[in-house]
Every structure is written in structure tokens, then in C-alpha cells.
Write a new protein. Structure first.
Length: 141
């Protein structure tokens, strides 16, 4: 085995060791805090009541318009490229079908099964059609 390969393997092992060690330290600190709280007399314990979060979860589908079919479209499209590519298009329903066929035939995209295929084409043609109702706005800083 040459020196470069040996060095690479040692670096990978060292990185893995550090991840395991840092996880173990975090668990120990958490356990230590729990034991410390248990040893505080009842009247002196801080209020650590857990409260439900009032924050809403962040929108996970990037800049795509939120409507039925967004999830399927997002995951089918972003497997290969950004959702911005989708949002910049302005294609008719037939053109979206042709585009998806081209991606399968020429770009190696997996073939989307029904009912997802129809849902995605409906979503794309309605929200990213020729009239471009959801074209991304230009950001101004």
C-alpha cells in the first residue's frame, strides 16, 4: 500500500473517531446535567417545563408554489437540479410532457409512475405554464 492511500485511510479513521468521541461527550454532559438537576432540593429547582413550539416549520419545497403536487414535483425534479430551473420555465402542458420524456430518454431520469406523473404534469402546467403565474421575482438587496 502506498503512503497516500495509507494517509487517507488514517485520516478517515481519525475523523470517524472524533465523531464518535464528540457524540459520547455530548451524551455524558447531558447525563451530568440530569443528575445535577436531580440533586437540587425541590424548592430550589429551576422551572424546566417543556412547552410546545409555536414556531411554524420552514417551507421545505424551496421557491415552488404551494399547491397539490408540489411535494411530488419538488422531489422528482430536485433529484437532478434546483427547483429554480423548474420555476424559470413557462411551458404548456404538452411541452412539460415532452420535457419529462426528454429527461427520461436523454438525461437518465427515472420514469415517474402514475399517479405521480399526472399530478406533476398538472402541477407544472398550472403553476409554471406559458402565462408564468409563479415566475420567481427578482430579488432586490
Amino acid at each position: 500500500m502506498n503512503f497516500a492511500k495509507l494517509r487517507t485511510r488514517l485520516l478517515v479513521l481519525a475523523a470517524a473517531f472524533l465523531v464518535v468521541q464528540s457524540t459520547a461527550v455530548a451524551v455524558e454532559l447531558s447525563r451530568a446535567k440530569s443528575f445535577a438537576l436531580m440533586n437540587i432540593p425541590d424548592g430550589a429547582r429551576p422551572d424546566i417545563t417543556l412547552k410546545a413550539s409555536t414556531e411554524t416549520e420552514p417551507y421545505e419545497f424551496g421557491i415552488l408554489f404551494n399547491a397539490p403536487g408540489v411535494e411530488e414535483t419538488y422531489y422528482a425534479c430536485t433529484a437532478c437540479h434546483s427547483e429554480m430551473i423548474v420555476a424559470q420555465q413557462g411551458l404548456s402542458r404538452d411541452d412539460w410532457v415532452e420535457m419529462l420524456d426528454w429527461m427520461v430518454e436523454e438525461q437518465g431520469m427515472y420514469e415517474i409512475e402514475e399517479p405521480d406523473y399526472s399530478l406533476i404534469v398538472d402541477y407544472l402546467s398550472q403553476h409554471y405554464g406559458e402565462d408564468r403565474p409563479n415566475f420567481p421575482a427578482t430579488r432586490t438587496n
